[in-house]
Design a protein around this ligand. Structure first.
Ligand code: ADP
Length: 362
């Protein structure tokens, strides 16, 4: 009954501007006879990928995202989610080579700019043919698949502004259309999805996750995303930004602008004494708030123009980044008078890679 499925190993790969996302399908239904026939290399690769959660210094398996009992290509197995910085691609290729990948002559579906950039290297060094697939098609495909599998994939933040009452709530996304997708990776893409596999890209902005990390490294001397987020969590952006009340001495009532709103991001930093009074943490927080609010306001304008009420934010910018999720939730709600809802997905940055894996089965 399993028609024409490709030989294992089955991977989907999304080689992005910052991170490479790898989704690996581990078959759990290998009959004993097939197990004996399975080549040693394939077994080794499976053992290596599934027994470790760290690969070298920079590769990670997100074990908390693992999905058991998944059916793909007529097989039952486990989906594993692995990521590493795209800048480490040469090391990844060396590793794959050392594990004997080249002897398997496999085909991998790949998306993201790196599928083009590294195509020749994959072929030359590990004998892997990259079947290239569009990144936004993959993203939507992956989202639809995962959402169909995990009933608690989609959630929102209740009371996003109130630290005590704020909580994560599951959202029933089984009848999703129409909705907007805001993919916050290195840059940002905004899509409108009107039906199964039916979408268009509305707009985007180059001020995205890469901008946050780049600026944060410049301003604070931090060296990783995790560090940048940790700094931001301890910072106070109002020491950096110029607020409405810094200009008006209070609210700008005529147009309903609360005194605590940011009037000018980084607007205090032209003054030397203000610069001397801010910490790395404050600067990290201000950078995070600036980038997040800009994405929020572009999103809101799009939602208004398109007449859409549900917005799903994805991409690795949201990884371990509850600050931005809560800010976006609040901003969507506040500026739309409660009409707009910000939604999030557990597998935040992996949908493109999942969509690729599915494409491999076609
Ligand atoms: P891309 O496909 O452009 O690489 P992603 O969806 O993978 O996009 O998101 C990349 C962004 O995610 C980075 O710009 C950064 O803001 C954030 N990020 C989260 N975790 C990491 C990490 N471990 N290393 C680098 N960037 C990270």
């Amino acid at each position: 009954e399993t028609a024409e499925v490709p030989p294992m190993p089955w991977f989907g790969m999304d080689i992005g501007g910052s991170l490479t996302k790898l989704v690996y399908f581990e078959p759990m239904d290998i009959p004993p006879d097939e197990q004996d026939l399975e080549v040693e290399t394939l077994k080794n690769i499976r053992r290596y990928l599934t027994n470790n959660s760290a690969y070298g210094n920079t590769g990670h398996r997100d074990a908390h995202l693992q999905m058991n009992g998944v059916y793909i290509g007529g097989r039952k197995g486990i989906l594993h989610f692995i990521r590493f910085p795209t800048s480490e691609m040469p090391n990844f290729l060396d590793l794959a080579k050392s594990k004997g990948m080249a002897t398997l002559a496999s085909t991998v579906c790949a998306t993201g700019g790196g599928a083009y950039k590294f195509e020749q290297q994959f072929l030359n060094e590990v004998n892997m043919t990259l079947h290239k697939f569009d990144e936004l098609d993959s993203l939507i495909r992956g989202m639809e698949f995962i959402e169909g599998y995990c009933s608690s994939e989609c959630y929102y933040w209740e009371n996003p502004k109130d630290d005590d009452k704020c909580r994560k709530v599951t959202f029933d996304f089984s009848r999703p259309y129409p909705f907007m997708v805001v993919n916050v990776g290195s840059g940002v893409s905004i899509l409108v999805v009107t039906g199964a596999g039916k979408f268009r890209r509305v707009t985007g902005t180059s001020l995205g996750g890469g901008t946050f990390l780049g600026l944060c490294c410049l301003l604070t001397g931090c060296t990783s995303f995790e560090e940048a987020i940790k700094l931001a969590a301890k910072g106070d952006s109002t020491k950096v930004d110029k607020l409405v009340k810094d200009i008006y001495g209070g609210d700008y009532s005529k147009f309903g602008l609360n005194g605590d709103l940011v009037a000018s991001s980084f607007g205090q930093m032209n003054l030397e004494e203000r610069r001397e009074a801010v910490s790395k943490e404050d600067l990290a927080k201000a950078t995070l708030v600036t980038i997040t609010n800009n994405i929020g306001s572009i999103t809101r304008m799009c939602a208004l123009t398109e007449g859409i009420e549900r917005v799903v934010f994805v991409g690795n910018f949201l990884r371990v980044n509850t600050i931005s999720m809560k800010l976006l939730s609040y901003a969507m709600e506040y500026w739309s008078g409660g009409a707009l809802r910000a939604l999030f997905l557990e597998h935040e940055g992996y949908f493109g890679a999942v969509g690729c894996l599915l494409e491999l089965m076609r």
